[in-house]
Ligand binder design. Sequence first.
Ligand code: HEM
Length: 186
Amino acid sequence: MELQILTLHLLDSMPYTNAVVHESQRLGNIAPFNLPRLTTRDTTLAGFHLPEGTILISSLTAVLSDRNDWETPDVFSPEHFLQDGQFRKKEAFLPFTAGKRVCSGEQLARAELFLLFAALFQRFTFQAPKDMKFNLQVKMGLTTSPHSAGKILPHFSELLSFRVDDALSTVHTSPNVSASSIPVSH
Ligand code: HEM
């Protein structure tokens, strides 16, 4: 079967894939506390007095899991972004937040997420390894990462010790290099 070359122009004609990527970001919620803010002067916000110098930590989880906006907030459901088979935008979809300090990589990230995942879904079928159950537990940090990642992916610390120039020389000198030659922790 000949595979269609993916471009961003196809986004509108692939509502389900688009919805899956959005729902992954909603439930993935990788920056649950946004970035902290500091009031630069005395401020009143939603009736609360905030003196100058107050640190504010907002909750994107509250927005991405609000029962008023998402029918089944705790369930992975691309239907959150679909209506009559068409993609529907949701104002409460704010993983990049909004306003003056909105993520400046938003457009790049959105484009890459669509192109990468659409290409992967086009070529592969994904399933959990035998006897492995995935869950939605996360390791908490400024950003979150999957709790079970260590079982299937190298730990971040191992990635750090995997020198980039070693990796590049391997790729250049060995045309048969494959994913299995990259160290993986079990
Ligand atoms: C899925 C991917 C990403 C997510 C969910 C994400 C999310 C966020 C969030 C929540 C913020 C805080 C915004 C705020 O303070 O209101 C932020 C800030 C920022 N992001 Fe991203 N981001 C992503 C990818 C990227 C990429 C790919 C880049 C750069 C190429 C990038 C660059 C930045 C920068 C520079 C800021 C600071 C903006 C500022 O303070 O003015 N992000 N991002």
